[in-house]
Design a protein around this ligand. Structure first.
Ligand code: ZN
Length: 423
């Protein structure tokens, strides 16, 4: 198996012909949603679009002006999934999405280099690797890696890049004794033809089907970002190669500028500034919570101290005030329950609401058991709400507090009837 993209990894355009074209479906994910696309599977005489393999994702590109959405390998063939049919026998120009491909070449050759040096310097074998959209990782067979080792490894790989070491492809027949000496993670079952060896001069020889740079200098630079704990006592080494380092620096700088203007401090003080902010926000929240509790108690005491208070108490609190202080739903309920607890509801009917003036909100009705179970369903109706009650308390959610005035009138009238009945 050798495609034109493997013989010449730098070829961006290529003329070939269509060998076959059959209707097909492609399952793929767009923004996390699974979709099935209808289209065609096309085989070409040869191709410069790499089908995925060796940890390297497939290429994107064009056949004529038809976009290639996916390239997979079927035995010795590359299968291109396209949206519209192509005529068999037709001569076509194939173009590769070079930005995507060159990025893959930088990450893949970078991986070979890091893998080789991690082995020769520390004896850490690579067990797998992943070329991600943002960053790539190499799974090393070691429980941990010291920061000093990471630094030493980063220096060594970048020194090899500065030494502009050539990278060549050798083709060996499968019975060549040299094949035995080559690092490998196994051949695919349907492998055919000679063995392809990627040779980084004097550094590494590795069996691989991927597309690679022709010289380490084309990697520009490698940044080892750090390590993460991997599966089964292994370590994942996170790295960026080539243009990704520039993009990362650009993004970091733009984030840094935003933080400078938000935090009004230089980059070196950012962590300290955020830590301070978080601590003071927590403290403010705690203080506000206790102030609001005190306020609920005072509201109730104020009512109790009023000689003209009668036997009905009603209060509406704008949600913007209460939830700003509590920063959570339970806060609203707690506020209402504190007031209801402070007032003697054996003699007083209490009606409390929290929420937007004429929008949704929460309500609480408390009072003598008989009155509450009689009035509760009617209150629910007027507030278009949902709720339930027991032991002299009826509370729930209101879809609209626009009916509050009507509820108050109803409750006031009931209270007046009750007090004149008692007298
Ligand atoms: Zn490889």
């Amino acid at each position: 198996m050798a495609f034109q993209c493997q013989r010449d990894c730098y070829m961006r355009e290529f003329v070939t012909s269509v060998v076959s074209c059959c209707p097909a479906e492609l399952k793929h994910e767009v923004n996390g949603k699974k979709e099935t696309l209808k289209g065609f599977n096309v085989k070409l005489q040869d191709t410069i679009l790499f089908p995925e393999g060796g940890g390297q994702p497939d290429d994107h590109g064009l056949i004529g002006d038809v976009a290639v959405l996916r390239v997979t390998r079927q035995g010795p063939d590359a299968v291109h999934f396209v949206g519209s049919a192509l005529e068999v026998g037709q001569e076509v120009q194939v173009r590769v999405d070079w930005e995507r491909r060159f990025d893959h070449m930088q990450q893949h050759s970078g991986q070979h280099l890091i893998t080789a040096l991690a082995d020769t310097m520390f004896g850490y074998k690579t067990t797998s690797w992943e070329l991600g959209r943002q960053r790539s990782s190499i799974e090393l067979d070691t429980a941990s890696m010291k920061p000093a080792q990471l630094k030493e490894l980063e220096e060594a790989v970048n020194e090899k890049i500065r030494a502009h070491v050539p990278v060549t492809v050798q083709l060996l027949s499968i019975d060549d004794p040299a094949v035995e000496k080559v690092r490998s993670r196994g051949l695919p079952d349907d492998h055919a033809g000679p063995i392809r060896i990627i040779d980084i001069d004097g550094v590494d020889a590795n069996m691989c089907c991927g597309t690679h740079v022709s010289n380490l200098s084309h990697l520009q630079v490698i940044k080892l970002l750090g390590t993460e704990k991997g599966k089964k006592n292994k370590t994942n080494l996170i790295f960026l190669a080539g243009n990704r380092v520039l993009k990362y620096a650009e993004k970091s700088y733009s984030t840094e500028r935003s933080l400078v203007s938000l935090l009004k401090t230089g980059p070196d003080e950012h962590v300290e500034a955020v830590d301070k902010l978080q601590k003071s926000a927590k403290l403010l929240q705690k203080t506000n919570l206790s102030l609001l509790r005190d306020m609920a108690v005072l509201i109730a005491q104020n009512f109790k101290n009023d000689p003209e208070r009668g036997n009905f108490f009603s209060l509406h609190n704008n949600r913007s005030v209460v939830s700003l202080l509590f920063d959570r739903k339970e806060g609203d309920n707690e506020f209402m329950n504190i007031i209801a607890n402070e007032i003697n509801t054996e003699e007083t009917l209490v009606f409390l609401t929290v929420g937007e003036e004429k929008g949704p909100g929460l309500f609480l009705l408390a009072g003598p058991g008989g009155a509450v179970s009689e009035l509760g369903p009617r209150v629910l109706e007027l507030l278009q709400g949902k709720g339930a009650g027991k032991n002299g308390r009826f509370q729930g959610k209101a879809n609209s507090l626009a009916g509050r005035g009507e509820v108050e009138a109803l409750l006031r009238e009931h209270s007046q009837r009750r007090s004149s009945g008692e007298e």
